[in-house]
Design a protein around this ligand. Structure first.
Ligand code: 13P
Length: 252
């Protein structure tokens, strides 16, 4: 299995539409020769509209509601995201889970709505520091995957992002062994849940930077990155993407 790697930038609540458009234009121009990596920009909703990027560049929303329309103040539906030309939707990010109290049941509804709208969910899972220290990492991953992916027809179009909560925005990266073990667990759990789920991307996220990208992308089971802080800066984001491209080219 040699999946085409994904480098996705989750901008969180950063960049106005103008700043975002200018960032994307500069970055795409610097990466025009990229051939072996898919690059995703995930701006806030306001920056999604009219973000016109040609493959291998794609855009993603950072969240959505599962209903098609209705009295849900502050929410955005899948068809609204579709019309902006996005291909992916990040779901279950740890900030959605821990800051905004999203439940696995909500996340499951969102995953289904996104797939029904022919978009691709990037489902985030990961343990907190307390859970890791209590030896519950695999248990947490299993529970998040089991509930988040409950009663689906297939996992064909799903991307999973393993993001240990303690590594997000902290500058602390999970070490290679921790990443490999977690990715192995994710794959094992997916296989148990959906035996035909053999070619699913599992991305790593949590303090990915130009300085650690080369090492992390070579950890077995890592098919790319979901990047926060370092995705906001043209130089670091392009440098990480180039590193992933170079490593991928060596394997072809
Ligand atoms: P950082 O790369 O800033 O740690 O954020 C990771 C993340 O949350 C991406 O979704």
């Amino acid at each position: 299995m040699n999946l085409r790697p994904i480098v996705a930038g989750n901008w969180k609540m950063h960049k106005t539409p103008t700043e975002g458009a200018s960032f994307v234009e500069t970055t795409v121009n610097l990466l025009l020769d990229i051939q072996h990596v898919s690059v995703i920009f995930a701006p806030p909703f306001t920056g999604l509209f009219d973000m016109d990027v040609p493959p291998p560049f794609y855009s993603a929303a950072q969240n959505c509601h599962w209903e098609e329309k209705g009295a849900f103040t502050g929410e955005i539906s899948v068809s609204m995201i579709q019309e902006c030309g996005a291909e992916f939707v990040i779901l279950g990010h740890s900030e959605r889970r821990h800051v905004f109290g999203e439940s696995d049941d909500w996340i499951n509804r969102k995953v289904k709505a996104v797939l029904a709208g022919d978009l691709k969910p990037i489902l985030c899972v990961g343990e907190t520091l307390d859970q890791r220290e209590a030896g519950q990492t695999e248990l947490v991953l299993k529970s998040q995957l089991e509930q988040g992916l409950a009663s689906m027809d297939s996992l064909k179009e799903i991307v999973i992002a393993y993001e240990p909560v303690w590594a997000i925005g902290t500058g602390v990266t999970a070490n290679n062994e921790q990443v490999e073990l977690a990715h192995t667990s994710v794959r094992k759990i997916l296989k148990e849940l959906y035996p035909e789920s053999y070619n699913i991307h599992v991305l790593y996220g949590g303090s990915v930077k130009p300085g650690n990208a080369e090492e992390l992308i070579q950890v077995p089971g890592v098919n790319g990155f979901l990047i926060g802080g370092a995705s906001l800066d043209v130089e670091s984001f392009t440098s990480i993407t180039r590193t992933v491209e170079t490593v991928q080219m060596r394997t072809l």
